[in-house]
Ligand binder design. Structure first.
Ligand code: GLC
Length: 563
């Protein structure tokens, strides 16, 4: 192992887990999740195999956008505890081998932030210029990110007597991030949380953050990343940039990947849902084939579901309609004309084969997986909760009233639990811990295999011909090894003939692929599996069931890894 690479760039092979303290575990039974509750569930996450927690905003906030409207960058919302509890969480997570990253939401503040309060009420305040003001609304205003809620990005503030800019809700005024004073404030915030022991940030709304009248200001992002790295050798930035691949590339940084460390792969995510709707792997294969190459220190964040709407904004109108028809037939299941407010299992009618196929795919796709809390047990949404809140229901720990999340009265819970077939009595951690064939055990197994297959984080992707549109066959190859994965998007079985001659030659090394030195294949996910040698011509046949999947490790003659 080369010390300089694999041991330092921890995010290359990390397993991320995003949770909101508010909905995770309520330790004092007031109906709201808290940091003390989270601290008591870190063992669940460590057992699952998570290596990095991403904490959604837990800062003081009027909570008009799930905490993405911050009124104090240096504190903890008192409902969740205080800074001491935060430090305990970080310390305990580290002790269990997990890192912690936190949300950095600095494109905007809440309108309740003292900076905005001072700015609006006093034109001569030094905070006035922290925000963006105009006397009138320009004719060519950009579209707001929530176009069905907000008319545009300029709203009039009575107290200020001027219009202020907001890319998101009108209660989230955009900071003037082109000003040095604001940049210094942001740096101070970053420095503060790094000093408390975190290993980086999930950076909110990055394209908006560096957007100026003159265009995107990458120098600022580069400076932030440089600052993070100077303050913490392990520090990283995982950015939210929902754009086509060619427009994402500059956000990694032109100079050897010196801006965002990681970006979520929104393109592959949206293609995944089109593939699922069509039962055809082609859209996903096309997206993955178009993925730009990354500098060594950069990484993709792969995800099935995040905390927002499942946005389909990069699909064409027809493609989006196909996905809507398949998975969100009701208007109430859609939002902003572009996204779905459901979790995966209900969209797939709870079919365990198909659900597992999707997670197997996520964990075997080159990059680092990012789970959203509850995915490990196949949680559903609560359709009665409006908007994005439908997928932000409390974590389901047990089958008790309150789902083991809280003993408070149902009316006092911070958010309603999922109900009907997705209620805690049907879907909960406690039950699944005891069931050998549960989703929880399955995800735990996938994580174990992901972690023992660093080629997935480090390797190069090769798409293989499978002979069937519905079957995605791919390999990831790195100096540590080669993994071949096959996934069937169709409900009926397929016989797949893989030509592995190119890959096996590489795996055999100098000795060629003949005789006893020939590489063999072992099925990592099967209960019992004997390594098999492929045919002499490098072909290997796999019988896949409907929605079936396989992970085959190519065992070199000198392979020392355990399978
Ligand atoms: C990001 C967050 C979303 C939030 C928005 C405004 O898109 O993911 O939840 O509403 O930024 O902060």
């Amino acid at each position: 192992m080369r010390v300089t690479d694999t041991s330092d760039l921890w995010w290359k092979t990390a397993v991320f887990y995003n949770l909101d303290v508010e909905t995770y575990l309520d330790w004092n039974d007031d109906g709201v999740g808290d940091l003390e509750g989270l601290a008591h569930r870190l063992d669940h996450l460590a057992e699952l195999g998570v290596t990095c927690l991403w904490l959604a905003p837990f800062y003081p906030s009027p909570q008009q956008d799930n905490g993405y409207d911050i009124s104090d960058y240096y504190g903890v919302d008192p409902r969740y505890g205080h800074l001491g509890d935060f430090v305990e969480v970080v310390r305990t997570a580290n002790d269990r081998g997990m890192r912690v990253i936190v949300d950095l939401v600095v494109n905007h503040t809440s309108d309740q932030h003292p900076w905005f309060q001072a700015a609006r009420s006093d034109p001569s305040s030094r905070f006035r210029d922290y925000y963006q003001w105009r006397d009138d609304v320009p004719d060519d205003q950009p579209e707001n990110m929530f176009p069905d809620v907000e008319d545009g990005v300029w709203s009039f503030d009575e107290a200020a007597g001027q219009y202020y800019r907001h890319s998101f809700y009108s209660h989230q005024p955009d900071l003037a991030t082109d000003r040095q004073e604001v940049r210094d404030e942001i740096a101070k915030v970053i420095g503060f949380w790094l000093q408390l022991g975190i290993d980086g940030f999930r950076v909110d709304a990055v394209p908006h953050l560096i957007d100026t009248d003159e265009g995107a200001e990458h120098g600022f992002l580069q400076a932030l990343r440089g600052y993070v790295s100077r303050r913490s050798g392990n520090g990283m930035m995982l950015g939210e940039v929902n754009l086509p691949y060619d427009e994402m590339v500059p956000f990694f940084g032109a100079d050897d990947g010196d801006e965002l460390t990681m970006q979520f792969d929104f393109v592959a995510n949206q293609a995944l849902y089109l593939s699922l709707a069509r039962q055809d792997a082609t859209p996903l294969a096309t997206a993955l084939a178009a993925r730009p190459a990354l500098a060594r220190g950069n990484q993709w964040g792969n995800f099935v579901r995040n905390h927002d709407e499942l946005t389909l904004d990069q699909l064409s109108d027809d493609e989006r309609d196909e996905v809507f028809e398949a998975f969100a037939p009701l208007e109430s299941q859609r939002i902003h004309g572009r996204g779905i407010v459901r979790r995966l299992p209900p969209m797939l009618d709870g079919d365990p084969r198909r659900i597992r196929m999707v997670y197997s795919l996520m964990f075997s796709t080159p990059g680092a997986p990012v789970l959203f809390y509850g995915e490990e047990i196949g949680m559903g949404e609560n359709p009665a909760v409006s908007g994005r809140g439908a997928v932000r229901t409390p974590m389901q720990w047990t089958d008790e009233t309150g789902g083991g999340f809280s003993r408070a009265d149902a009316d006092d819970l911070v958010a309603p639990l999922a109900d009907e077939g997705w209620a805690p009595e049907h879907v909960n951690v406690s039950r699944q811990r005891h069931e050998p064939d549960s989703m929880l055990r399955f995800v735990q197994d996938l994580i174990r295999h992901y972690r023992s297959s660093p080629e997935i984080g480090w390797g190069e992707l090769t798409l293989l011909a499978s002979g069937h549109d519905c079957v995605l066959a791919h390999a990831v190859v790195s100096s540590t090894g080669t993994l071949v994965a096959v996934h069937n998007f169709a409900p009926d079985g397929r016989s797949v003939d893989l030509d592995l001659s190119g890959l096996l030659g590489a795996a055999a090394g100098d000795g060629g692929d003949a005789g006893a030195d020939a590489p063999r294949l072992v099925d990592l996910l099967a209960e019992r599996s004997t390594p098999e040698a492929p045919a002499d011509d490098g072909h290997h046949r796999i019988e896949l069931e409907g929605y079936g999947f396989r992970w085959l490790r190519v065992l070199r003659a000198d392979e020392k890894r355990l399978v």
